[in-house]
Design a binder for this molecule. Structure first.
Ligand SMILES: [Fe+2]
Ligand SMILES: [Fe+2]
Length: 406
C-alpha cells in the first residue's frame, strides 16, 4: 500500500498520450498544493463507449515518463486493474476505503464544472471529494466562478481554483498529428515523444479500427492482466509485438484475436525464475532443457492454457515456438516468430528489409505466402549471425525450419 499522506490531488484521464497540456495542469497543481501527493489515474475502461484507446501499457508509461521529474506525483494503476467500466465516484470510494480519512481533491480543467451534473452519482461525488480547478489565465474566470457558485449553493460542493499557463493542447489534436505520421514533438514532453517515436503505437489506427469489438475487448482484458506478470520494458515489447502481429494478421488473413492473444502471451513466463520456467515447460525438447533462454516459450504456452484459458492449438504452438520456430510452422506461428523479433522497439539494424517482406503489400495471396517465408528466412539469418557472434549454439529446430524454407 502506498503512503499518501493526509490529502491528495487526483487527476484522471485517458492520457492517450499524456501531453504538454496534462503536464502543465500537473505542474501547476504541484505548485499550488505542495504538501499533497498527486495521483495520476489513467482510465482502464472509460464510463461511456468511446473510440478505442491505446493499450494501457503505453498510456501508463507516457504519464510516468512525463512526470518522473516530479517526486510528489504517483501514477496509479487502480482503474486499469479494476474490472468493468471506471467511474470516478467508485475510484474515490475505493481510495477512501483503503485510506480512511484521506482528503481527496479532484483536479480538473474548468470544463468539469459545466459537465459534472452528467457524471455518474455526481451528488455523491461532490460529497466525497473537493474540486481543484485549473484556470487558464483570466479567459474563463468569470463564467467558471459563476458556475462554481451555483454548484456550491445547490450541492454544497467545495471548489477552489489554481492558476496554470494559458496554452491549450488537446489529445485529439496530438493523435491526429500522430495518426497522419507527422511529428508531435512540440506538444509532447521529450521522453513521451521519444517513446511514441520508438514504438509508433499511433501508426496502427486502421489495424485497430478493423478488429471486431468482442476481439478488441478480449485483447484489452488480456493486456491489462499483463501488469501482474511483466515489468514495464517487457510489457512495452509485448504490446509492440502485439500491434505488429495484428498488422501482419490482417495482411495474411489470420484472425486478429488469435494473433493478438499469442503475441500478448508469448513472453508471459519470461520473468519467472529459471526453475519455474523449467517446471512449467515439462513437454519441451531436450535442446530447450539444455538452454534456459528457450524454456520461456513452452512455459508461457503452459501458463496461457492454465491461467488465460487459451484452447487454440495454433495459438499455443505460436507461443511455445516463438523463439526458435520449427519445421512446418503455421502462418500464425510465422507471424508471432517474426513480430517478436522485428517490432519497432528492437534495436537491431537491417530489420526494415525483413518488415517490408513481411508486409508484402499489394501482392496476391500466393505471393504473400512466399514473401512471409522469405521474411522468416531473412530473420533466421540475422538470428543465426547474432548467435554466432555471441558464441551460442543454434537450436536444431531453427536450423531444420530454415533449411526447409530457404
Ligand atoms: Fe521470448
Ligand atoms: Fe518477445
Amino acid at each position: 500500500m502506498l503512503s499518501l499522506g493526509a490529502s491528495i490531488g487526483l487527476f484522471g484521464g485517458s492520457f492517450d498520450p499524456f501531453h504538454n497540456g496534462h503536464l502543465e495542469i500537473v505542474e501547476a497543481a504541484v505548485k499550488a498544493f505542495p504538501s499533497d501527493k498527486i495521483l495520476l489515474m489513467p482510465v482502464g475502461q472509460p464510463p461511456h463507449k468511446s473510440r478505442r484507446l491505446s493499450f494501457s501499457t503505453f498510456r501508463v508509461e507516457t504519464a510516468r515518463l512525463a512526470t518522473e521529474h516530479l517526486p510528489q506525483v504517483i501514477v496509479s494503476k487502480r482503474e486499469i486493474l479494476s474490472p468493468g467500466r471506471n467511474y470516478t465516484v467508485d475510484t474515490i470510494e475505493s481510495l477512501l476505503q483503503e485510506y480512511p480519512g484521506i482528503k481527496i481533491k479532484l483536479i480538473s480543467g474548468s470544463d468539469f464544472l459545466f459537465t459534472v451534473e452528467e457524471w455518474s452519482r455526481y451528488e455523491k461525488l461532490m460529497s466525497l471529494a473537493s474540486f481543484a480547478i485549473a484556470l487558464r489565465g483570466d479567459a474563463d474566470l468569470g463564467e467558471s466562478k459563476q458556475q462554481a457558485d451555483y454548484l456550491q449553493k445547490r450541492y454544497n460542493a467545495a471548489i477552489e481554483f489554481f492558476p496554470m499557463k494559458s496554452t491549450t493542447v488537446s489529445a485529439t489534436q496530438v493523435r491526429e498529428i500522430l495518426w497522419a505520421g507527422a511529428s508531435a514533438s512540440q506538444l509532447l514532453p521529450e521522453n513521451v515523444d521519444n517513446l511514441v517515436k520508438l514504438y509508433r503505437p499511433y501508426s496502427y489506427k486502421k489495424v485497430i479500427e478493423d478488429i471486431d469489438e468482442s476481439s478488441w475487448q478480449k485483447l484489452n482484458s488480456i493486456e491489462r492482466r499483463l501488469f501482474e506478470y511483466l515489468g514495464t520494458e517487457r510489457r512495452l515489447h509485448t504490446v509492440s509485438t502485439c500491434l505488429l502481429a495484428l498488422e501482419l494478421a490482417a495482411i495474411h488473413n489470420v484472425p486478429a484475436l488469435e494473433a493478438g492473444t499469442a503475441a500478448l502471451l508469448h513472453d508471459l513466463a519470461k520473468e519467472l525464475s529459471g526453475g519455474e520456467q523449467l517446471a512449467y515447460s515439462n513437454d519441451c525438447l531436450n535442446i530447450e532443457e539444455r538452454n534456459p533462454v528457450l524454456c520461456h516459450g513452452p512455459a508461457a504456452a503452459y501458463l496461457a492454457e492454465e491461467q488465460f484459458e487459451v484452447r487454440s492449438e495454433d495459438v499455443l504452438n505460436a507461443i511455445q515456438y516463438h523463439t526458435t520456430g520449427r519445421p512446418g510452422m503455421s502462418t500464425l506461428e510465422k507471424i508471432i516468430f517474426l513480430a517478436d523479433k522485428i517490432e519497432y522497439g528492437r534495436p537491431f539494424k537491417d530489420l526494415d528489409e525483413i518488415r517490408k517482406l513481411a508486409f508484402a503489400e499489394g501482392l496476391t495471396a500466393s505471393d504473400k505466402k512466399i514473401y512471409l517465408d522469405r521474411a522468416v528466412c531473412r530473420c533466421y539469418e540475422e538470428v543465426f549471425a547474432a548467435l554466432d557472434r555471441s558464441g551460442h549454439e543454434i537450436c536444431p529446430l531453427s536450423k531444420e525450419a530454415y533449411n526447409i524454407l530457404k
